[in-house]
Ligand binder design. Structure first.
Ligand SMILES: C[S@@+](CC[C@H](N)C(=O)[O-])C[C@H]1O[C@@H](n2cnc3c(N)ncnc32)[C@H](O)[C@@H]1O
Length: 234
């Protein structure tokens, strides 16, 4: 039987250092961990979820695909039930950027040397990028990935002294702009559309919020400037 793994999760998997011990936070079906074990990219996976049912789902799938021997299952709020020396790589995919931020900020050992983080926010990527930068994480690599109609980005972090982000680079990080993917132009076009709508909404709103409006206007201007350098992928 073929594992029904999405392109989005395959992109996350492609960034995992070979032979890692991986924690998959918010595992749900467990497909990422199963794939990493099947492909040999991970030697051990701790699959975590806040809820019992998804965790049971992951356990059933791991058995079905014959990797339950190398996979552990933990009921855990974020990284709460993981010890700092148990893992080399932490993946958080398919969750909102604000939730990923909350989970990371609650982890006291997030700055452990050599720890790899791979993040794929479903929403609020700008909020997450801002917080990461303030917390001293640099986005080392960021790749766009298309799954059906949706366009996501997957980022790999390293600790460092990141340069401050601007409203525009909170939406499209320098690492994303440096990606060789032909999807960067499409990503920028979608961000531009979304920002145009936000600016329109804020401009026409009864209650004016000048600070928010000026943030989104600035982001829009920067994204429009960035778009000049990238063709849109059909
Ligand atoms: C939309 S699913 C994503 C599943 C998978 N990671 C993917 O990308 O396809 C989000 C999962 O995160 C779990 N979750 C939500 N908050 C969590 C938290 N604080 N700690 C761990 N898991 C959480 C949910 O129960 C759900 O199973």
């Amino acid at each position: 039987m073929k594992l029904p793994i999405s392109k989005r999760l395959l992109c996350c998997a492609s960034m995992v250092q070979s032979g890692s011990r991986v924690a998959d936070i918010g595992t749900d079906h467990g497909y990422l961990g199963i794939y990493l074990l099947q492909s040999g990219a991970a030697r051990h996976v701790i699959a975590c979820d806040l809820r019992k049912d998804p965790l049971e789902n992951a356990r059933r799938n791991a058995k079905l695909f014959g990797v339950d021997g190398e996979m552990e299952f933990r009921l855990s709020d974020g990284l709460e039930k993981i010890l700092p020396d148990e893992v080399d790589t932490v993946v958080m995919a398919g969750m909102g950027g604000d939730l990923i931020q909350k989970i990371l900020s609650q982890c006291p050992w997030r700055k452990r040397e050599g720890l790899q983080f791979i993040l794929q926010p479903q929403s609020a990527g700008n909020v997450l990028r801002r917080w990461l930068c303030e917390d001293g994480f640099e986005i080392q690599r960021e790749e766009p990935v298309q799954d059906g109609h949706f366009l996501y980005t997957v980022m790999e972090l390293r600790q460092g002294e990141p340069s401050p982000l601007t409203p525009g680079t909170e939406y499209a990080s320098p690492a994303l702009l440096a990606s060789k993917s032909p999807l960067v132009g499409t990503y920028l076009a979608r961000v531009e559309n979304a920002l145009q709508e936000t600016v329109r909404g804020l401009t026409n709103a009864e209650k004016q919020r000048p600070e928010r409006l000026s943030y989104f206007r600035q982001a829009l201007l920067e994204i429009q400037e960035m778009r000049k350098n990238y063709a849109e992928h059909p």
